[in-house]
Design a protein around this ligand. Structure first.
Ligand code: C2E
Ligand code: CA
Length: 559
């Protein structure tokens, strides 16, 4: 702009200069004309020359100015070029930054996506953990943990609003044989069907939880009274009359239900569940397929049991346990051919406590392991002592609890005891119940085989009272069957008991097993058994269980 202006100015100056020169020449012409007229032309020329010099000077100045302007223009051009170069760099930088920003944004988007994925995965994992922790994997119903949480919560609400909560503790009757016939897959299907039926029998707000196996708990929300809870229980019992259908098989089972009601039967979730469970066992005891309400008496029993259980912890240390022995008689010779070791607890306050009152407690609190070991040791030591005293060697039977048997150390324990007491294994007999025999058959066979190979004698106790599977008679390495007292008591009273006894004797004989009848109290029972060639007799008719010192006297006469 500036340059254009300058150029314009220069043109204008040139024009002026030309014009001025023209004017001047014109004037000179006039002057020369006048000179011709006047003589001072010389002076006028000098003036004109001066003017021309002045104009030249002016032009030079203007040229100088023009040069300066040109330089400025050049400088500005250079500056502009610099600026443009800088601009190119800046633009490039901006472009780079844009690119970088886009990269960062893309990275951010990936990170956010990854984060979102991780959050989803974590959420899913948490949900899975929650599911595993709180729900039964087979039925999808709440498990014990979930039920206890819910019950705790409901108890807090019920306390504030003075409401009741009903607890039904359910256990299927005769589930073991059902399980054995169904196999694992169908057993699961069956349990699911049971769960669904239970859910359909209660209200939406009630909770049906599976504890595992064939045990369920139902929490009844806000029942009007205990009777209402009992009505629900009886509705369930009635509904179980209908068969359960599993893969086109009809399965019939009954159920025993124990009931407890908050706050009457317990103020904590533990007490409510425990009391309902005890009531369920009462229902089983009373013949199954029924419901039993947790009563005050039952609560007293619980208190008693708790006292006993606590006392049992000290019983071993304080030497309060004692082994009694009951003779086993040969029907042929009438001689004592064996003894059964039966545990007694000489309680400081209660006197002699029979095992029926504390063995199950010891099983519950785990004390059966040290107690069982103590019994084994005491019996083997006593037997060895009798042998060393010169008495005719005799075999002594020890009862094994299922808990002892499930303990994988059972084999080493028995080995240790035999070694420590130096008793020959053939003088030790182990009595196992059908429930042991029917558990994990492969493991049982394995352990029993080892025992038998060592020379230990194996008997099945209370044969036929639980849900026996004759299959295990074929599979298990056993030496003898014990006919339980309830059948013996039916002799001369109930033909069916007699037939069962006869059948057991024939079956055992055919299978090469010995038989002994337990709980023989009368001469009639003894002679019935003698006629059927039972072989062994154990019962009050001959001898009651007695302390070791009394047995010693007997064994002396027996020798
Ligand atoms: P069991 O093995 O069935 O023992 C037989 C029970 O019947 C014994 O009861 C015995 O005293 C009783 N008995 C024997 N003959 C007669 C009779 O003619 N009439 C009557 N009314 N009863 C008779 P006990 O000693 O009270 O033992 C009860 C149960 O406790 C035993 O039943 C056994 O299962 C368990 N037990 C006893 N000692 C031990 C032990 O050391 N360990 C384990 N795990 N269980 C034991
Ligand atoms: Ca026994």
């Amino acid at each position: 702009m500036f340059i254009v202006k300058m150029m314009g100015e220069l043109c204008r100056m040139n024009n002026n200069f030309g014009k001025k020169t023209e004017d001047h020449l014109n004037k000179n012409d006039e002057k020369s004309k006048k000179k011709e007229k006047k003589p001072s032309i010389k002076a006028e020329l000098a003036i004109a020359k001066k003017e021309i010099a002045n104009q030249k000077e002016e032009k030079a100045d203007m040229q100088a100015e023009l040069d300066i302007a040109d330089k400025e223009v050049d400088d500005q051009k250079e500056e502009k070029a610099d600026l443009e170069a800088e601009l190119v760099i800046v633009n490039k930088e901006v472009a780079n930054q844009k690119e970088e920003k886009a990269d960062v944004e893309a990275e951010l988007a990936t990170t956010i996506k990854e984060l979102a994925n991780q959050i989803t995965l974590r959420k899913e994992a948490l949900e899975k953990i929650e599911q595993i922790m709180h729900y039964d994997s087979l039925t999808g119903f709440p498990n014990r943990v979930r039920l206890e949480d819910k019950l705790r919560h409901e108890i807090n609400i019920a306390k504030r609003h003075e409401k009741r909560i009903g607890i039904l503790f359910l256990d299927l009757d005769g589930f073991k044989p059902v399980r054995n016939t169904l196999g694992q897959f169908q057993e699961g299907e069956f349990i699911k069907t049971v769960a669904v039926r239970l859910k359909n029998l209660v209200q939406e707000s009630d909770i049906v939880a599976r504890l595992g196996g064939d045990k369920f708990i139902i929490m009844i929300q806000n029942p009007e009274n205990s009777e209402f809870v009992r009505t629900v229980a009886n509705k369930i019992i009635t509904a179980f009359r209908q068969p359960f259908e599993v893969n086109q098989n009809e399965i019939y089972v009954t159920v025993s239900i124990g009931i407890s009601v908050f706050p009457r039967d317990g103020e904590t979730h533990e007490d409510l569940i425990k009391n309902a469970e005890l009531a369920m066992y009462k229902a089983k005891e009373k013949g199954k397929n029924q419901s039993v309400l947790c009563t005050t008496i039952m609560k007293e029993i619980i208190r008693e049991n708790m006292k006993l259980s606590n006392g049992l912890y000290r019983a071993l240390e304080r030497d309060e346990l004692e082994v009694y022995y009951q003779p086993q008689i040969s029907q042929d010779t009438k001689k004592i051919v064996g003894l059964e070791a039966l545990l007694r607890w000489n309680h400081p306050g209660l006197g002699v406590v029979p095992p029926g009152k504390f063995i199950f407690l010891a099983e519950q609190n785990g004390l059966i392991i040290p107690i069982g070991k103590w019994v084994l040791h005491t019996v083997c030591k006593q037997n060895k002592a009798w042998q060393e005293a010169g008495l005719t060697p005799i075999r002594i039977a020890v009862n094994l609890s299922i808990i002892q048997f499930q303990n994988l150390e059972i084999m080493s324990q028995i080995n240790e005891v035999l070694e420590a007491t130096n008793l020959l294994p053939k003088y030790l007999e182990l009595e196992i119940t059908e429930s042991i025999a029917m558990r994990d058959t492969v493991y049982i066979i394995d352990v029993l085989n080892t025992f038998q190979k060592m020379g230990i004698y194996i008997s099945i106790d209370d044969f036929g009272t639980e849900f026996s599977s004759l299959q295990y008679l074929k599979l298990l390495p056993i030496n003898r069957i014990k006919i339980p007292m309830p059948f013996i008591q039916g002799i001369n009273i109930d033909k069916r008991d007699e037939w069962i006894i006869e059948t057991i004797i024939v079956l055992a004989r055919k299978m090469g097993l010995a038989v002994i009848a337990e709980g023989v109290e009368t001469r009639q029972q003894d002679s019935f058994l003698k006629k059927r060639l039972c072989g062994g007799i154990q019962g009050y008719y001959y001898y009651k269980p007695m302390p070791a010192k009394d047995i010693e006297v007997l064994l002396h006469t027996n020798s």
